[in-house]
Design a protein around this ligand. Structure first.
Ligand code: NAD
Length: 307
């Protein structure tokens, strides 16, 4: 079975979704919609076989199996609410601008027996899934601390840096740890004249004495996507900017706790977005959505709102 897709929004992120949908053998990129003629022209030159529309109302309820929404966050609730009445929906992160809307969208999906996926790309990455296995197996002992640095990204005007970048960290921790933080403290700043807060320092305290520090900032001369996981017997660096050696494991010497040996594990390097698209294909076929069950989207949004 081939599933028909409508992609709404062909700005910065939309073309990456389009390429991965187009490259998948289970999906047909039937429609590309963008209210900007310039971006529609770009879509036409890159995907000449897709039907190009300026207005999403032209998509009829029997013509698509999946609607992919990659428009600015302030439009997410309205668009997802519209399409969930007749289609499964993949929506860009963050799902919404507040918890109330996230809950309403989940309710809408349930009511209409549709699946709602959110693009949290890192939970579909080989590196994060490798780390998940290490945490579960306790290969390096207990996990005690995590520090994450996510810096440099386009400045948004509808969502602050926590909802825009911090959502990646929160989705990763929700996926890896299952549990929720017991205590949250945060400082948020405007380091330059942005409409929304552009920099955040966040501390999350989990049970079992696990402490997490998150730094998010749009404002940085270099792009940083680094997470450090500190276990009893190893410190693991996960650098999503590295093309191949994304994971570096520094095992700690038993005799000298500040003496390390480097190991570089082989990991699955396939593009997270292509893994996400393949996952959605399987979910549509099996009518099951294991990763997003147990209210993953609402749980993530709850933490964002608390921060
Ligand atoms: N998953 C990720 O890692 C990741 C990365 C970047 C952006 N994003 C998310 O993707 C979304 C889009 O971000 P972007 O950077 O591509 O934004 P963008 O402004 O570059 O593109 C948005 C596009 O949507 C179009 N659009 C807006 N309203 C529309 C409507 N009602 N109908 C049709 N088209 C409409 C605009 O014309 C524009 O082409 C945001 O929610 C952002 O947070 C996710």
């Amino acid at each position: 079975m081939i599933y028909n897709v409508a992609l709404i929004g062909y700005g910065y992120w939309g073309p990456k979704l389009a390429r991965n949908i187009h490259n998948s053998s289970i999906f047909n990129l039937k429609f590309i919609v963008d209210s900007s003629q310039k971006n529609l022209n770009k879509a036409k030159s890159e995907f000449p076989l897709s039907i190009l529309l300026k207005n999403y109302h032209k998509i009829k309820n029997d013509s698509v199996d999946l609607v992919v929404i990659s428009t600015p966050t302030k439009t997410h609730f309205f668009l997802a609410n519209y399409f969930l009445k007749f289609s499964n929906v993949l929506i860009e992160k963050p799902l919404s601008l507040n918890l109330k809307d996230a809950i309403a969208l989940e309710k809408m999906a349930k009511k209409n027996k549709k699946m709602l996926f959110v693009d949290y790309p890192f939970i579909f990455s080989g590196s994060i899934n490798y780390i998940k296995k290490i945490i579960q197996s306790k290969k390096y002992g207990k996990l005690n601390q995590i520090e994450t640095f996510r810096e440099q990204a386009p400045i948004r005007t509808d969502a602050d840096v926590v909802w825009d970048l911090g959502v990646h960290d929160i989705s990763i921790f929700k996926y890896l740890l299952k549990s929720n933080p017991k205590k949250i403290t945060s400082l948020k700043y405007n380091t330059i004249k942005t409409i929304k807060k552009d920099t955040a320092y966040i501390n999350l305290h989990y049970g079992n004495n696990l402490k997490i520090f998150i730094k998010n900032s749009w404002i940085s001369p270099i792009k940083i996507r680094l997470i450090k996981f500190k276990f009893d017997n190893a410190i693991l660096f996960c650098d999503e900017n590295e093309p191949i050696y994304k994971l570096k494991i520094y095992t700690i010497s038993k005799n000298n706790k500040n003496n390390y040996k480097l190991e570089i594990p082989g990991i699955d390097l396939s593009e997270p977005l292509s893994n996400l698209i393949a996952y959605i294909g399987k979910c549509l076929k099996k009518k099951q959505n294991p990763i997003f069950k147990n209210n993953l989207n609402v749980e993530i949004t709850k933490i964002l709102e608390k921060i």
